[in-house]
Design a protein around this ligand. Structure first.
Ligand code: IPE
Ligand code: IPE
Ligand code: MG
Length: 267
């Protein structure tokens, strides 16, 4: 038996365990561990970022084939500018290269791509390719792929607060009208439903300023696998784990055949 066959069989086993009716429609991923993966192999951190791109391509395909609708990935945080200039520049170049190479296939797959974050500090060529990719794919409706770059959850919330304050000061809205819905409509992710599942790789158990508002009730799955080693197998495991959770949203789990009166009379 070949290694490929063993892997295919394992994936087929996992796929059988997935309830297609209960898929998370929107999955968010903090793709972490690229640098550590490379360093452990005695390679420069940039090798980890490159390898991370090929993993992302596979996971995007897998999410779409499975029947999920939205994938949002964290590619560069507002805090990642504090890294050495060489690494930052490498990442910026990588984003342009990958987008240039992949946009044709993304479009053919009817995937809508959107970049979420403050794009102003990026070089002109990256901004141009982002803008042309977004407009090329804007009417695609099979799957949405959101890439968070120069994204920070706190910065996003501050931006919304400023926007609403401005609208209040000009009389466009009344401060008493501000509610969750209005707040949502000013977020960078406006129009996108919140993720049901957040996956973070590399074993780190933190949010690192990702989608602070949107993740309020997402299920969190931490994988110990470093992002460059993450694969479809690990991805399906995360979905199976998600499907075993009871999502209560602050309420209580309703038990079959138990009414409020029953539980009161028995106490
Ligand atoms: C995630 O991997 C990718 C980015 C943040 C751009 P890291 O680069 O954070 O890798 P580690 O966490 O240092 O191993
Ligand atoms: C989060 O990872 C950002 C991205 C994956 C793009 P970091 O590696 O920057 O987060 P910390 O520093 O471990 O919190
Ligand atoms: Mg990291």
């Amino acid at each position: 038996m070949t290694l490929e066959k063993v892997i295919d069989d394992k994936i087929a086993d996992l796929l059988m365990k997935i309830d297609k009716q209960k898929l998370p429609k929107h999955i968010a991923i903090i793709m972490d561990g690229n640098g550590r993966w490379a360093s452990r192999k005695g390679l420069p951190r940039s090798f980890g970022h490159k390898q991370g791109v090929s993993v992302l391509k596979k996971i995007l395909k897998s999410a779409k084939n499975l029947g999920c609708k939205v994938l949002t990935v964290y590619a560069f945080s507002t805090e990642n500018w504090t890294r050495p200039t060489k690494e930052v520049n490498f990442l910026i170049n990588l984003f342009s290269e990958v987008l240039k190479n992949e946009i044709k296939e993304i479009h053919e797959e009817s995937i809508k791509i959107k970049f979420v974050g403050d794009l102003t500090p990026f070089p002109k060529n990256l901004k141009e390719i982002i803008s042309s990719s977004e407009s090329l794919t804007k009417n695609n409706n099979k799957f949405s792929f959101n890439v968070c770059v120069n994204y920070g959850g706190r910065q996003e919330i501050v931006k919304v607060a400023k926007e609403l304050a401005l609208k209040s000061s000009t009389g466009e809205i009344n401060p008493s009208e501000i509610n969750e819905e209005l707040f949502n409509s000013e977020l960078l992710t406006r129009g996108i439903k919140d993720p049901e599942l957040l996956i973070r790789t590399s074993g780190e158990k933190r949010i690192s300023n990702f989608l602070l508002w949107q993740l309020a009730y997402s299920e969190i799955y931490i994988s110990d696998v470093l992002w460059p080693e993450f694969n479809e197998h690990e991805f399906l495991k995360a979905i199976i784990d998600y499907q075993s959770r009871t999502r209560r949203f602050g309420g209580i789990e309703s038990l079959p055949n138990e009414s409020l009166e029953d539980s009161q009379s028995s106490s």
